[in-house]
Design a protein. Sequence first.
Length: 394
Amino acid sequence: MRISTSQMFNSNTSSILRHQADTQKSLEQISSGKRVNTAADDPIASKTIDNFNQQNNLIEQFLKNIDYAEGRLANAESSLGEAESLSRNIKDNMLKMNNGTRSQDDLDAIAKDLRSDLDALMSIANSKDESGNFVFAGFNNASEPFSFTNTDPRQIQYAGDGNIKQSMVAEGVLLQTNIPGSEAFMNGANALGDYSVNYQAGQTGEFQVTAANIDASAASPAASYSLKFQDDGAGGLEVLVNGTTPITFENPLDIGDVTLEFEGTPAIGDEISLSQQSSISIFDTVEQAISLAESGEMQNPNGQAEMAQLLDNINQGIDQISTARSVAGVNLKSLETYNSQHEDAKLVNTSAQAKLEDLDMAEAITELQKSQVALQATSSLFSRVSSASLFDYL
């Protein structure tokens, strides 16, 4: 079989190029420490490695979201813990007011303590995070959420909103990352139900309203009611509601669209008024307690009845803060669980990916040496053969 000079040249050139490519590939693998650097190195492994990289990139994003959410929720949970503790201290001071032996000087001192605690509670509600955003303002976190009006007594104003921020912490999982101030401090349930009661000075009967609920069948309950208890002319008690036709006093008392429940019995001449209010703020409750302590009515039946209502409402306020704190705590626990799951998944992916792409350094060096020897041998042989001439043998 005859082999032409061009065939021999092409064959040897191809062999040299192949050995050069093998040597270059081995050098790149040793330099990177990876067995698979391009899809050409191992197409199937390369595709699997890309999938692992995409999964780990997604996990990294979830972990960043979790870290952000943990910071916000931890801040809120800590602040709510302080608020809950402070609120319980406020309740203790209100209970001290309810002691019938307190002098007005004692009540004034308690009112001073309550005002100090109220200022501290306001400071917590208006606290900021490390970025300077207000923690309990919802989406409107650039402005201070809580402030008091200039009325007497003062009333709380909330300038934030009730929007919930959410973060994607796992595939298809959105988790709440903030506690709006309306959820923590503003919209607590009124302990009486749908109305608050205002007891008039001069009350002589020892009674209090324990429930004021709109009837399920009510068509259009009024925003307010006035009730005057009077003699029915036969030794009994009747109630004049909003100055209209009197009704016989009963317990419970149906005044149209609203049913009232009483503890104790009003005396003739006593008066109360109702204002529709299904939710209360702990700030307003404390402010009202301060006004009551300073009013001089605390030791009178109307003051005692109002204090009973305020104590029920402060309990509702504490429960509201506690519930909001629980939401933050539960979500923090969930974040911890998701974080652990992601770290485990990332470890599994990284381990599996390493088996596909990591280089056996000893084997790679051996292959490099083999490629280099083969390249040198092929180059040397090609050099000798290509320079040979028929005249060398004549």
